[in-house]
Design a protein around this ligand. Structure first.
Ligand SMILES: [Cu+2]
Length: 593
């Protein structure tokens, strides 16, 4: 009957609306809440024929893998059963409006004191792929780190064929001595920092070190299967080449973002970078070395020149060669072209499902020179050149940690702990890549806690210029908290503001959280300041970070609650007597008051 038609129509519209509501509810419900307990404790490890105690999470080195899905919320209760204060950072996770739980000490919080605990709320949003978590206090990252795997949201898939298996490979540095003591001494005397004794893949140095070949990490593979390898570099101070003998690598993700697939037989990964690669086991059954080997482009030649191995080992009945097959094609320690050529290939997917929203109209421009520098030392008694203290700087400012965190000082309006005048350009412009930058006017930096203020939603472009001050030009992997940024260009030499912008990729540049600014070269990044809060930016070599190659952004609130910093939890760790949170604590890096 005719009269039922409109009702039928109404019914289908209504039913469709209900159906959509259910779908929306379901997709809401799909985001899960996950809970982890991290117990930080000194634990004995024997490596390289020598035993030491190291601070680790839940007794393991590297620490536990966190696995979540895109959009989940992860609660991590960190119990500090160690002997000094520690914080944890969720590297590459934007934490929308949630700086309270980002983790860098004296930037967003004070350290979690021994005998206390602190629960981090980690809000996942646009991240998908592999990231990691690590301590962000002193050099504790050396042994306090682990992978953070973010799977696609429920009912979505990878933008590449489903791999048969997945495996995490965490790269680290290993020191026979206590890292905290090594770093304390280096900073006390102002000289060079101590080199690591080995690197490690999933905690194991591998076949080329003493007392190590019994525990070399082995990945058992089935012939014909495809493996998604999730690479994390938590190496302390060195970039690494990675290769597997006789196997191509297909790079599909970097820093928790997908990239256009790159087929290569090696890759270069800096501290702070994470990469997803596909490897198919198509070779004759056998044992094949997977190597990490250092890449170094500085002049000082002071790096750990050792090579770490793991084994890509086929399952089945066969007689392997007497020693695993070696990847002869892995680039040499000083192969600057191999490093640069690899980074040039990175492009974001820029697909309908994974679009690249590159800011086109810029409202804030900065030009930041990255330098190794020196601070004057009383009576010229430090271990650096001319009795000075070795340091590093952004725009000639050597960052000093305040004694209460910048976030608390900003949010609570407590004056005297930072200055909001980080400069948009270096104090003087000179030939940054010259070989004769040895005079006091370029080598001496100023110490201070100076941050850059941004209004909500500003579109920011930063040109980073690597400098050769003190003949110390080298690659610097710059890491920004709270954001992902597009690397729209990079090149060699001094940045030319007329010709170099013409080379920018504004279509499908890679979206990253860490990028190596090339030795004596430049790199340009863009991002939208849509995340209110306090966000650290620093070189991810720990020695450069502790020498001061850092600053922070304060992004002001927008006009609404949804564009403002979330309220702080009422249980932030104490910062000492100056803090509204009470208590007392001091760090060895703090600016003397
Ligand atoms: Cu650096």
């Amino acid at each position: 009957m005719g009269c039922f038609k409109p009702i039928g129509f109404f019914c289908s519209v209504f039913c469709f609306a209900v159906f959509v509501c259910i779908l929306l509810l379901q997709s809401e419900a799909e985001a899960s809440e996950l809970y982890y307990d991290f117990v930080l404790k000194e634990t004995n490890f024997t490596k390289l024929c020598s035993t030491k105690s190291a601070l680790v999470v839940n007794g393991s080195f590297p620490g536990p893998v966190i696995t979540a899905r895109k959009g989940d919320t992860v609660y991590v209760n960190v119990h500090n059963e160690g002997t000094y204060g520690v914080t944890i950072h969720w590297h590459g996770i934007k934490q929308p409006r949630n700086p309270w739980f980002d983790g860098p000490e004296y930037i967003t919080q004070c350290p979690i004191q021994p005998g206390t605990n602190f629960t981090y709320t980690v809000l996942l949003s646009s991240e998908e792929g592999t990231l990691f978590w690590h301590a962000h206090s002193d050099w504790t990252r050396a042994t306090v780190h682990g992978a953070f795997v973010i799977l696609p949201a429920e009912n979505t898939t990878y933008p590449f064929p489903e791999p048969d298996h997945e495996e995490v490979l965490v790269f680290s540095s290993w020191y026979k001595e206590d890292v905290a003591i090594l770093m304390d001494e280096a900073l006390k005397y102002g000289g060079l920092t101590t080199l690591s004794d080995s690197y490690a893949i999933n905690g194991q140095p591998g076949d080329f070190y003493e007392c190590s070949n019994e525990t070399t990490f082995r990945l058992a593979v089935d012939h014909g299967s495809t493996y998604l390898l999730r690479l994390v570099s938590s190496v302390q101070n060195t970039d690494m080449f990675f290769a597997i003998a006789d196997h191509n690598l297909t790079l599909v993700g970097v820093d928790g973002n997908y990239v256009k697939p790159v087929v290569t037989n090696y890759l270069m990964i800096t501290p702070g970078e994470t990469m997803d690669i596909l490897v198919t086991a198509t070779q004759p059954p056998g044992h094949y070395y997977m190597l990490i080997s250092p890449y170094f482009d500085g002049q000082a030649d002071d790096f750990d020149k050792s090579v770490t191995s793991a084994i890509f080992q086929y399952n089945g009945n066969y007689t392997p060669t007497s020693s695993p097959i070696y990847p002869d094609h892995i680039p040499g320690f000083y192969d600057i072209d191999a490093a640069r050529n690899f980074d040039r290939q990175l492009k974001s997917l820029a697909s309908p499902e994974h679009p690249a929203n590159v800011p086109q109209h810029i409202t804030t421009r900065m030009f930041i020179a990255l330098s190794i520098s020196m601070l004057r030392c009383p009576n010229d008694t430090c271990d650096g050149p001319d009795g000075n203290r070795l340091a590093s700087a952004m725009n000639n400012i050597t960052f000093a940690n305040p004694s209460i965190d910048v976030l608390q000082a900003y949010y609570r309006n407590i004056s005297g702990y930072f200055e909001a005048d980080f400069p948009d350009k270096p104090p003087t412009l000179f030939n940054f890549t010259s070989d004769d930058l040895m005079t006091d006017n370029v080598t001496l930096s100023d110490q201070g806690t100076r941050v850059k203020m941004l209004n909500y939603n500003e579109t920011v472009e930063i040109v980073f210029q690597g400098t050769n001050v003190m003949n110390s030009g080298e690659n610097h992997p710059v890491h920004l908290h709270g954001f992902k940024f597009y690397v729209v260009g990079a090149g060699v030499g001094n940045f030319d503001n007329v010709t170099d912008p013409l080379t920018y990729n504004l279509i499908d540049p890679p979206e990253l959280n860490t990028f190596p600014v090339p030795k004596d070269g430049w790199a340009t990044i863009r991002f939208v300041a849509d995340n209110p809060g306090v966000w650290f930016m620093h070189c991810h070599y720990d020695r450069h970070m502790s020498w001061g190659m850092n600053t922070a952004f304060i992004v002001r609130n927008g006009d609404t609650e949804e564009t403002s910093v979330r309220p702080p939890p009422d249980y932030m760790p104490s910062c000492g007597e100056n803090s509204i949170y009470g208590g007392a604590e001091q760090s060895m890096f703090q600016l003397e008051e």
